[in-house]
Design a binder for this molecule. Structure first.
Ligand code: 5AD
Length: 349
């Protein structure tokens, strides 16, 4: 039998939405620049046929950088005593949404560390007020692992979506990135709970995280196929100087872009952001992400004080800009490649 070449693998993946694990590992291990371009072109055609040249935007509000967890890769991990901790007030958060609404955002993402200050009661109140004021907007929560009952309360308060990256679908790899208090089993439990409750649910991973193998990336693709996410966040790992992984190399833009394309081919309608991390490792990273199949951007609309300190990794872009500068910058980049940011909720269909 002929050995399958990568173009055939990409064609088969696009056609069937899946490949056997060995073929995925081989593709990820041996792809050339030409193969990557081919995958990007096919993924771009797919997103054009589903979304046209419309890019959905999400206004990202970084509500707190306090975190009870100690993930080895993350700059706001509990053990980083150098992090300058902050949390936004309710008024701050609503101010961000007011500004964001005027700027055309119809989705607000409340993201933060796992901060016990933001109790279910408080979040219910915040979500309720946003939904009451802006009934035409979606609210996305990205606040980590919680009990199912808590997720249910946030959903009942009106939250529409939840982002919780699985980080890696391999048990052994998961335990190299996290302390033993965090498990892949619980992460998956959270994801399945969220989906069952009715959230549009996002998973995702860092590309090039320490100890990650090509087999791990294949496992991520297979897990996502099984889970069926509505959203997928993919960006390169970038070291943070105050973490145990400070000396580890960043993931490559190319690998990240290739993964974006493969995810688009496997999940034609998935909401797939061109991430800030991608824009950090490569100045045209977000545009390249869109050209590789992404259809969402998440400009930061947090106050300057917050974004200066919400540092998951070093050299994060946009930390010195205000919200309108961030937005204008992202808009211009999108327009420069012939796409358009639209003032729509951009739900999964
Ligand atoms: N580099 C890139 N991405 C990171 N994240 C956390 N730390 C880093 C880092 N050093 C990602 C994780 C998390 C999301 C909010 O940010 O995947 O789920």
């Amino acid at each position: 039998m002929d050995v399958m070449d990568n173009i055939t693998r990409i064609d088969d993946l696009a056609k069937a939405g899946i490949l056997p694990k060995e073929e995925l590992v081989e593709l990820l291990s041996s792809y050339s620049e030409g193969d990557r371009m081919y995958a990007a072109e096919k993924a771009r055609e797919t997103s054009l046929s589903v979304f046209g040249r419309k890019i959905f935007s999400r206004g990202l509000v970084e509500i707190s950088n306090y975190c009870r967890n100690d993930c080895y890769y993350c700059g706001i991990r509990r053990s980083n005593t150098k992090a300058v901790r902050y949390r936004l007030s309710e008024d701050d958060i609503h101010y961000c949404c007011d500004w964001g609404y005027g700027a055309g955002f119809r989705t607000f993402v409340l993201q933060g560390g796992e901060d016990s200050f933001f109790t279910d009661d408080l979040l219910v109140k915040i979500i309720g007020r946003i939904k009451e004021k802006y009934s035409d907007c979606a609210v996305t929560i990205s606040l980590g692992e919680k009990e199912r009952a808590s997720y249910q309360r946030l959903f009942d308060a009106g939250a529409d979506r939840y982002l919780l990256r699985h980080e890696t679908a391999c048990e052994a790899h998961y335990s190299k990135l996290h302390p033993s208090s965090l498990t892949l089993a619980n992460r998956k439990r959270c994801l399945y709970d969220l989906k069952e409750i009715g959230f549009q649910t996002g998973c995702g991973l860092m590309v090039g995280s320490p100890f990650q193998t090509r087999e791990n990336l294949a496992e991520d693709l297979l897990f996502m196929k099984e889970f069926g996410p509505h959203m997928v966040g993919i960006g390169p790992f970038i070291p943070h100087s105050e973490t145990p992984f400070r000396d580890c190399p960043a993931g490559s833009a190319e690998d990240s872009l290739f993964m974006v394309s493969l995810v688009r081919l496997m999940h034609p309608r998935v909401l797939l952001p061109a991430t800030t991390a991608l824009g950090t490792v490569r100045s045209d990273g977000r545009e390249q992400g869109i050209l590789a199949g992404a259809n969402v951007v998440m400009p930061n609309i947090s106050p300057l004080e917050a974004r200066k300190n919400y540092l998951l990794y070093d050299n994060k872009i946009g930390t010195a800009d205000d919200a309108s500068e961030s937005l204008a910058y992202v808009k211009a980049k999108i327009e420069s490649i012939g796409y358009e940011m639209v003032p729509e909720r951009g739900d999964y269909r």
